[in-house]
Design a binder for this molecule. Structure first.
Ligand code: GLN
Length: 541
């Protein structure tokens, strides 16, 4: 039978609750416990797929094609297990389901209410996540903070769960911020006290509290919070800001949280195997030579928008014993002839995924820069598309080649809407999503990277390479090294006469794990290490 850990937040958002949950997952897994994680998001959107990255950061895509919260990326990277559609629940999904049932007549004669109908639907979805992967422990993170109006039904549902599955099978962990005030840098416990009081007013007494702070938390602070909140002092766990997020499991373990959870859940005293993780962290924090990579995108002031891309680069750099340094370059700057001197200082260029035409010309210029100067280039989804457009522009000596996404009337639609997208009008959840197989061409860089003939990768796109241009670009040196099994869809394109210029229609970043860097990122970083940056690449041409 599955046991549950519900994690709530207090005081402020963005304190790293997702990483904390992912880390708890890791320390449980280190005890041989089978874990899975679910995120409950209280917003009304059905999924984050239609939200701007400004609102939400990256949209993380699961194997089975769900567009989900970026915390799921942390969960997958930390617990090293694939999650699925039911691993992310939103208010939008819950209400859609209940209203659909009401229209169908399922509640005939009854008044449909938040309690019990909405809360039952939330609990049904938690049960689905537990049934789906049948873990020993399901970690459930409630998005937002206690006190948010839209979070109330979720908190009520997790409160009820205690009775449904038995008190001994449920733990509540509350993650709060402990701010420092003034010149003395005094740590303030009052916000945590208030937040726990709010939680108790809902009927939830936390079993453990994780205190997030930038400064070290002394014993006295923990004692005070333990006293005011009725939580065991050893379950008041300090978590100061780490040098890297991958340290968090070790910090929580060291603070005794894993042991405490184990005791509460009646797990036999098990050996804890975090040796590999410790080794990973040791290597991460050890001083080492840098590798500089430019990420050219349009949300560069908000690295959360490219969370998995950056993490995949961290993993690949670590594999080669390098420290990653990212130069975030706004693609629109390149359009204004700014930023090329920055490109001349990096060892490799990544153009990540994206939608809409803002900054697109700058991304095409970045691809041109990489091609002309032999700078290693990795294109992710849109990054592959702009690489193909740029090559076509060069072949045809024209600025006309484009994607119909950005210029519907272009004379040369190098990238065009996929056939089965043409009849689709709704924007939510209708892209080509999730894992699809891909066949690799022997002798290609892609094949050398993966070392196998067929792979499966996750997608999120509507547009594709237009096969009418295959021959023309093949003559210009482009190789279609990855294709769908029916040969219809270009999944990977790479330039023959270039140290490493490769783009994938899929998003390899979603499958990179700290201990298993993704092969394409790994080989891209290797090429970047070998790239002889000599400062001669100042100008675009
Ligand atoms: N906008 C492009 C498409 O829909 C690329 C999508 C992406 O980069 N994820 O095909």
């Amino acid at each position: 039978m599955t046991q549950y850990i519900f994690v709530t937040g207090g005081v402020a958002s963005s304190v790293g609750k997702g990483v904390t949950v992912a880390s708890i997952g890791r320390i449980l897994k280190a005890r041989g416990v089978r874990v899975s994680v679910q995120k409950l998001d209280p917003y009304l959107n059905v999924d984050p797929g239609t939200m701007s990255p400004y609102q939400h950061g990256e949209v993380f895509v699961t194997e089975d094609g769900a567009e989900t919260d970026l915390d799921l990326g942390h969960y997958e990277r930390f617990i090293d297990e694939n999650l699925a559609k039911h691993s992310n629940v939103t208010t939008g999904q819950v209400y859609s389901e209940v209203i659909m049932k009401e229209r169908r007549g399922d509640y005939l004669g009854g008044t449909v209410q938040v309690i019990p109908h909405i809360t039952n639907e939330i609990k049904r979805r938690i049960a689905l996540a537990a049934k789906g992967s049948n873990p020993d422990v399901l970690l459930v993170e409630v998005g937002g903070t206690v006190g948010d109006i839209e979070g109330q039904p979720f908190l009520e549902a997790i409160r009820q769960m205690r009775k449904d599955v038995g008190r001994e099978n449920v733990l509540y962990i509350h993650v709060t911020l402990v701010p420092t005030i003034g010149a003395t840098g005094e740590l303030k416990t009052k916000p945590t006290q208030h937040s726990v009081r709010d939680l108790r007013a809902i009927g939830i007494q936390p079993d453990a509290i994780v205190l997030r702070a930038d400064a070290p938390i002394e014993n006295a602070v923990r004692e005070k919070i333990a006293l005011f909140t009725d939580v065991d002092k050893r379950a008041v766990v300090p978590l100061t800001t780490a040098q890297t997020i991958y340290q968090v499991p070790l910090m929580l373990e060291q603070a005794g949280l894993g042991k405490y959870i184990g005791e509460k859940f009646g797990l036999a005293e098990r050996a804890v195997d975090l040796a590999q993780w410790q080794d990973l962290v040791d290597r991460l924090v050890a001083p080492k030579e840098k590798i500089r990579i430019a990420i050219v995108g349009k949300y560069v002031e908000l690295p959360d928008a490219y969370m998995s891309v950056r993490e995949a680069l961290v993993h690949a750099a670590l594999h080669h014993d390098r420290a990653l340094e990212v130069d975030w370059i706004l693609s629109e700057d390149l359009e204004k002839d700014r930023g090329f001197e920055r490109l001349s200082k990096v060892d490799g260029i990544v153009v990540p995924g994206g939608f809409g035409d803002r900054g697109i010309e700058g991304k095409i210029l970045a691809a041109k820069y990489a091609r002309v100067h032999n700078v290693p280039y990795l294109g992710l989804c849109l990054g592959m598309q702009v690489m193909c457009i740029e090559l076509a522009r060069n072949v045809l000596e024209s600025d006309e080649p484009n994607s119909t996404e950005f210029d519907p009337g272009t004379k040369y639609p190098i990238i065009d809407l996929m056939e089965d997208q043409r009849s689709i009008a709704d924007l939510g959840g209708t892209m080509r999503l999730g894992a699809y197989p891909c066949e690799l061409e022997a002798g290609s860089k892609a094949h050398a990277a993966y070392g196998v003939d067929s792979i499966s990768e996750r997608h999120r796109h509507r547009f594709e390479f237009n096969n009418a241009y295959r021959e023309m670009l093949s003559e210009a040196g482009l190789r279609y090294s990855g294709q769908s099994p029916d040969g219809n869809l270009v999944e990977i394109a790479e330039l023959r006469d270039h140290p490493f210029m490769l783009g994938s229609q899929f998003h390899p970043e979603f499958k990179s794990r700290p201990e298993r860097p993704h092969p394409l990122f790994r080989d891209f970083v290797e090429a970047a290490i070998e790239f002889p940056r000599d400062g001669k690449q100042e100008k675009l041409l």
